[in-house]
Design a protein around this ligand. Structure first.
Ligand code: HEC
Ligand code: HEC
Length: 256
């Protein structure tokens, strides 16, 4: 009986939320992102991609030196230390699900939750959250970039489980369409087999093919938002399915 009631109240609340945000569907799709306040649709997209690369690595994006100490909110039992513990992704994950996603186990486990509940949340409340004592970021990230981060959190994140099978890590994409995009867009910098740029210093090797298979969530985030501090493009103006198609093709590229 209680279950029944709960279901009914959820069904009642959902249309109300949708009515409050008429331009934003439940799963945020890039092609649905419209203007916001005084921002045009294009300006809004740019702001979200700025927030996306900041989420990836805000100190690199801002050209600041990396923090030396481990973040005070990073759990003592965690396996990471130093600068990387200040990156949003280190606590909240590349899939934005924190301990309920890919970081539910392994060397990046923190037990900290994700940011999925903040989809469509008011920008001011997210900025206030980032300025709180837990995050300790108010003196480190300028106000306009706090706003960009909040726009990414509220309007830019997607539910990656819709696009990546979390058990097999396989992208739910069309490889042939991904190949067309990759070969005309990404290959200029990364080479037609994705091996022109090595992300590690030799003799170690890590290419797009390596990352796309090992960490499809990171790769999808970067396809959508770009890479911090380098001139890599963002594909956010294109449909999410196109991003996923590129990811599916990247998973066919050589890993070594
Ligand atoms: C060292 C770990 C850590 C880092 C780094 C970190 N956070 Fe958090 N964040 C937390 C904790 C802890 C909470 C509150 C409790 C929880 O979600 O488990 C939180 C909460 C949040 C929330 C609210 C989630 C909710 O559902 O209430 C948002 C949004 C958020 N963080 C965004 C960010 C962004 C954006 C960055 C990067 C600028 C960031 N965080 C960096 C640890 C971190
Ligand atoms: C204008 C050149 C350029 C284009 C176009 C470009 N990239 Fe990049 N990409 C880079 C550079 C530079 C880096 C950083 C290399 C480094 O840090 O060693 C990078 C990094 C990456 C990474 C990060 C890997 C990691 O582990 O940090 C991925 C994944 C990636 N690119 C995928 C793509 C895909 C997919 C496309 C096409 C949608 C693309 N890139 C288009 C230049 C480009």
């Amino acid at each position: 009986m209680r279950k029944h009631l709960l279901k009914r109240s959820v069904l009642f609340v959902l249309p109300c939320i949708a009515a409050a945000f008429p331009s934003l569907p439940a799963t945020v799709q890039a092609h649905d992102i419209e203007g916001f306040g005084n921002l045009s649709g294009a300006q809004h997209l740019v702001l979200i991609t700025r927030g996306g690369v900041l989420y990836d690595n805000w100190y690199k994006t801002l050209g600041k030196s990396a923090p030396k100490d481990t973040h005070p909110a990073y759990p003592k039992a965690g396996k990471q230390k130093g600068a990387s513990t200040w990156r949003c992704k280190e606590c909240h994950g590349w899939d934005y699900k924190g301990a309920r996603g890919a970081y539910s186990k392994g060397s990046h486990y923190t037990g900290i939750g994700g940011i999925r509940n903040m989809v469509h949340a008011p920008i001011d409340s997210i900025v206030a959250n980032l300025k709180n004592e837990t995050h300790g970021l108010s003196k480190l990230i300028p106000n306009e970039d706090m706003t960009a981060l909040a726009h990414f959190v509220s309007h830019g994140q997607i539910d990656m489980d819709d696009y990546i099978d979390s058990a097999t890590k396989k992208a739910k994409g069309n490889v042939a369409n991904g190949e067309r995009i990759f070969q005309t867009v990404c290959a200029r910098c990364h080479g037609s087999d994705g091996k022109l740029i090595n992300f590690k210093s030799p003799p170690k090797a890590e290419y797009i093919g390596t990352v796309a298979s090992d960490n499809p969530w990171e790769t999808l985030h970067k396809i959508r938002m770009g890479q911090p501090a380098v001139p890599m493009l963002s594909m956010l103006a294109f449909d999410t399915q196109d991003h996923v198609d590129v990811l599916a093709y990247c998973q066919t590229l050589p890993a070594k």
